[in-house]
Design a protein around this ligand. Structure first.
Ligand SMILES: *[C@@H]1O[C@H](CO)[C@@H](O)[C@H](O)[C@H]1NC(C)=O
Ligand SMILES: *[C@@H]1O[C@H](CO)[C@@H](O)[C@H](O)[C@H]1NC(C)=O
Ligand SMILES: *[C@@H]1O[C@H](CO)[C@@H](O)[C@H](O)[C@H]1NC(C)=O
Ligand SMILES: *[C@@H]1O[C@H](CO)[C@@H](O)[C@H](O)[C@H]1NC(C)=O
Ligand SMILES: *[C@@H]1O[C@H](CO)[C@@H](O)[C@H](O)[C@H]1NC(C)=O
Ligand SMILES: *[C@@H]1O[C@H](CO)[C@@H](O)[C@H](O)[C@H]1NC(C)=O
Ligand SMILES: *[C@@H]1O[C@H](CO)[C@@H](O)[C@H](O)[C@H]1NC(C)=O
Ligand SMILES: *[C@@H]1O[C@H](CO)[C@@H](O)[C@H](O)[C@H]1NC(C)=O
Ligand SMILES: *[C@@H]1O[C@H](CO)[C@@H](O)[C@H](O)[C@H]1NC(C)=O
Ligand SMILES: *[C@@H]1O[C@H](CO)[C@@H](O)[C@H](O)[C@H]1NC(C)=O
Ligand SMILES: *[C@@H]1O[C@H](CO)[C@@H](O)[C@H](O)[C@H]1NC(C)=O
Length: 492
């Protein structure tokens, strides 16, 4: 059974408040006229042809608009799956064909049942004709904010394709059942077979960096991406790359190899469907224990509570190149209620780890050592190449090349963010208060235990709260078809 990972629920595109140019090492952008609007505030214009990508809430999941059979839909962009899955909720569209071929798309969290249909799919000004998609009839444990999921991985990972082989035969499936991106480049040989993503960063105050989603071209400010090392993507269902190691304050941390990658490398999925990366528990402990004042979350074996203004120097190394993690991406401010000694409840802000630990990978990620989700991906401009020939590969340029500048920016932006939130508690005080008050609410969990599907209620520090809006899902959610189940965290 093919399994896909898919992007989690609440998407977030980039919303960044002006990242300084120093941080991005690129000149001020000049022009605008975005075809796909960028949600939220963005002072750095995205490239004119960007298809539009926005995050839901505080950098949770990333969404883009598509037009399917004339109907505009907002779908989650997922580099960890290969099918277009849409929940029409009764809306009609112009189909080219409908079938009663049943498909069950499984994700790390939940599954979508439906039937295969075909319609013209527009991404910005590009039209893919007669694209196969899953018309959802039934959702199980599936909770997405948008209208569905656009899986942008290769046909090899497509559940629709594999189902069509069984029903219509290989030749017809190969003609009609390609994944959206593969259909696009098959139909448009005039275009370079690439799509580029830069996930934006936001905080409660607004956008810091906008998101970019380009098809067949590169952002003028990142054209050097064509010269970056070609990292072979070794798994059809998930965009991925072999990783050298992690560095922590200049020290190497080496991961175990698996059969998916050459000896000495670690198999890393690059999955926009995971707001929070999933890495070995030992690596999580390594990262967060290096932050002075950080403490283990007493109610989450794999989680950490970290002083909100503190950070550490982490990079992931691909083909000998460092990709630093911006300190803003290492921890997430989270609002929770704490009981004071008189029993009264108070909203407080604490900061939790964004790199989550696992003791066992979700099944569909067998052979992977890391799932580098959005908290990592915001630090790269990535070009995904569906080249035929040698096979798909990824090229990446760092968007956090200057760690000193990022640390300076962290201090400013994090302070501004915290100023809009309830009082901050340092980890020791928070833990002492929660332990002194039996019966107080649970410590928010970092949602890292895959087997534990219970959602842990906490509050997000995202803009939704300051706006008084209702509910934001910031969980790890990983997925549409076939991904393993990860718990959601609802920040309400
Ligand atoms: C999608 O379309 C809606 C409605 O036209 C618009 O408000 C939103 O900004 C668009 N989102 C993106 C990511 O372009
Ligand atoms: C699919 O449907 C659209 C809209 O009805 C139409 O314009 C297009 O020609 C059809 N494509 C095929 C291959 O029939
Ligand atoms: C429509 O789908 C059916 C399978 O349900 C297939 O037999 C038929 O050939 C398709 N028609 C076209 C025009 O693709
Ligand atoms: C989309 O439109 C832009 C500007 O109008 C153009 O530069 C670009 O090449 C077009 N993209 C495609 C794939 O046609
Ligand atoms: C999607 O499925 C529903 C339920 O089976 C059906 O009523 C609807 O016409 C289908 N829509 C398309 C576009 O195939
Ligand atoms: C697709 O999968 C098959 C078998 O799993 C493999 O041989 C082939 O190289 C893959 N193709 C791509 C483009 O990943
Ligand atoms: C880390 O690994 C790289 C490449 O394997 C090596 O060149 C470098 O010397 C190592 N650094 C340390 C501090 O061990
Ligand atoms: C590597 O494998 C060994 C043996 O299975 C295990 O003890 C160790 O924790 C693993 N290291 C990492 C970083 O996963
Ligand atoms: C964080 O804030 C605390 C309390 O205000 C202060 O003592 C500490 O030095 C700050 N740490 C950093 C790294 O700025
Ligand atoms: C905590 O914050 C929530 C959301 O803003 C608010 O509804 C609630 O009243 C606050 N609780 C307290 C005790 O201040
Ligand atoms: C972290 O990186 C900054 C910027 O390069 C550097 O000034 C600082 O000394 C580093 N900290 C550690 C503990 O290596």
């Amino acid at each position: 059974m093919v399994v896909f990972s898919f992007t989690p629920l609440a998407g977030r595109l980039f919303s960044l408040l002006f990242l300084s140019n120093a941080v991005f090492a690129r000149p001020a952008r000049s022009t605008v006229e975005t075809q796909g609007a960028v949600l939220g505030r963005s002072d750095a214009p995205v490239p004119p042809d960007s298809l539009g990508l926005v995050s839901s809430g505080t950098d949770s999941l990333y969404f883009t608009n598509i037009t399917l059979g004339g109907l505009q839909l907002m779908v989650q962009l997922d580099t960890g799956s290969s099918d277009l899955v849409v929940n029409l909720r009764g809306r009609q569209l112009d189909v080219n064909n409908s079938t009663n071929i049943h498909v069950k798309a499984q994700y790390v969290e939940g599954e979508a049942d439906g039937v295969v249909a075909f319609a013209d799919l527009q991404l910005g000004n590009v039209t893919i004709s007669n694209q196969a998609f899953l018309n959802v009839t039934d959702l199980t444990n599936f909770n997405t904010l948008g209208d569905g999921i656009l899986g942008v991985a290769t046909t090899n990972g497509s559940t629709v394709f594999h189902t069509l082989i069984n029903s219509l035969g290989e030749d017809t499936a190969a003609k009609l059942g390609q994944s959206p991106m593969q259909s696009l480049f098959t139909q448009r040989p005039d275009l370079a077979s690439t799509f580029d993503l830069q996930l934006g960063r936001s905080n409660a105050v607004g956008d810091i960096v906008p998101s970019t989603f380009l098809v067949g071209e590169h952002d003028k400010n990142f054209e050097q991406v064509v010269n970056a090392p070609q990292l072979p993507s070794f798994s059809g269902a998930h965009w991925s790359a072999p990783m050298d190691h992690m560095t922590l304050n200049g020290q190497n941390f080496t991961f175990n190899s698996t059969i998916l990658v050459p000896p000495g490398k670690a198999a890393a999925a690059l999955d926009t469907g995971f707001p929070f990366p999933l890495i070995p528990a030992a690596a999580v402990d390594n990262i967060y224990s290096s932050i002075p004042g950080a403490m283990r979350n007493p109610q989450d074996d794999l989680g950490w509570i970290v002083p909100c203004n503190a950070s550490t120097n982490v990079s992931f190394v691909f083909a000998g190149q460092d990709f630093f993690v911006h300190p803003l991406d290492l921890t997430i401010p989270t609002v929770t209620q704490v009981a004071a000694s008189d029993g009264s409840m108070h909203n407080s802000t604490i900061c939790l780890n964004t790199f989550h630990g696992y003791t066992e990978m979700p099944g569909e990620f067998a052979g992977f050592t890391l799932i580098l989700g959005d908290a990592f991906l915001r630090n790269v401009y990535a070009s995904f190449n569906l080249a035929t020939g040698a096979g798909p590969f990824v090229q990446m340029v760092s968007t956090t090349p200057d760690l000193s500048a990022a640390i300076t920016e962290f201090q400013t932006k994090r302070s501004a963010d915290l100023a809009t939130l309830p009082p901050v508690l340092d980890p020791a005080t928070f833990i002492a208060m929660t332990q002194a008050n039996a019966g107080s609410p649970q410590t928010p969990s970092s949602a890292s235990q895959i087997a534990d599907s219970a959602a842990t209620p906490t509050q997000s520090a995202g803009p939704e709260i300051s706006n008084g809006a209702a509910q934001l899902t910031v969980g790890i959610h990983g997925v549409l078809l076939g991904a393993a189940l990860l718990p959601l965290v609802f920040f309400m």
